[in-house]
Design a protein around this ligand. Structure first.
Ligand code: HEC
Length: 279
């Protein structure tokens, strides 16, 4: 009898859950209750509310997709992993996400990719933790990448300095707000960098997600997309130039962190000095 009573209490709840689940317009395939892909929102300083995945990692749209199909595959998808939708899984809207804008597109690599306002969604290998958007406004792997607002609008703002969650922004890490060594517009030919402080290097390396693509023992990173920095042993100027302009001579390319404003000249000098010393 005890079981019956429990059931009497639980049944309406169970019904309510089923109604909510099937009422979801974005439910890709109904029937299976196994897995769900959660799309949520998070507020980032300088960008406002943006779409994130269940881990809080920032989601991006890729301009060449032209809001209708998944074009980032192969080596592109290694750097920008698409938000895959397993067969039978459904998409669940959380936060300020509008469930009516959720959908999915076939992935040429197999399976389906979750879309928002018709844009296939991707994470970025350079974002190592929630609250960062190091891929914002990068021109990489054949096109531009931008975050999306809950309205479905593409946010094209370039953020200067580190992107962080507004709630936790404590601009105290670099104690002295270095009297920004003359905000001269860096001439494309020769960027001028202030003297670097190696002590700040590890933080910049981790924030910019350099380790996602590079192996560097001092950073305990094992990325393989770019050259192994321990073997390369680059000079300060070499790192500064690469981080400022990105790009590459071989097939794979590196995002630029200077032109896009993702890192300040001081941060680039700091990470370059540290990488050069530790590699
Ligand atoms: C998304 C992957 C990715 C990220 C993130 C990344 N890199 Fe790279 N990096 C590459 C690739 C790919 C190359 C090789 C480019 C080429 O073909 O010349 C490269 C090249 C380099 C080089 C060699 C330049 C030369 O002169 O040969 C250095 C130094 C470097 N990166 C440092 C960094 C630092 C420091 C960061 C973080 C601020 C970083 N990278 C972030 C992918 C990345």
């Amino acid at each position: 009898m005890r079981t019956n009573r429990v059931w009497a209490l639980l049944a309406p709840i169970a019904v309510a859950i089923v109604v909510v689940a099937t009422g979801e317009p974005a439910a890709a395939t109904r029937g299976s209750t196994t897995s769900a892909v959660v799309i949520s929102t998070r507020t980032l300083s300088g960008l406002g509310a943006v779409l994130v995945n269940s881990k809080g990692l920032t989601l991006y749209m890729f301009v060449p997709d032209k809001d209708k199909k998944v074009t980032c595959v192969g080596s592109c998808a290694a750097v920008w992993p698409p938000v895959k939708l397993a067969t039978g899984a459904k998409v669940v809207a959380k936060g300020a996400v509008n469930s009516k804008l959720l959908g999915s597109d076939p992935d040429p690599a197999g399976g389906r990719v979750v879309t928002y306002a018709k844009w296939p969604l991707y994470t970025y290998a350079g974002d190592r933790k929630p609250g960062t958007a190091t891929g914002q406004a990068l021109n990489l792997n054949g096109g531009l990448w931008y975050v999306l607002a809950p309205s479905g609008k593409v946010i094209r703002t370039k953020v200067t300095g580190p992107v962080g969650t507004t709630t936790t922004s404590t601009p105290t890490t670099t104690s002295t707000p270095t009297p920004t060594s003359t905000p001269t517009t860096p001439s494309k030919g020769a960027p001028v960098f202030p003297p670097g402080n190696a002590a700040n290097g590890p933080a910049v390396f981790s924030q910019a997600g350099c380790g996602a693509c590079h192996t560097l023992a001092a950073a305990k990173s094992t990325g393989t997309e770019g050259p192994n920095l321990d073997q390369l042993m680059p000079t300060v100027a070499q790192v500064e130039n690469q981080v400022e302009y990105g790009g590459g001579t071989s097939g794979a390319t590196m995002p630029d962190f200077g032109l896009s404003g993702a890192l300040s000249p001081q941060q680039i000098a700091d990470v370059a000095t540290w990488v050069s010393q530790s590699a």
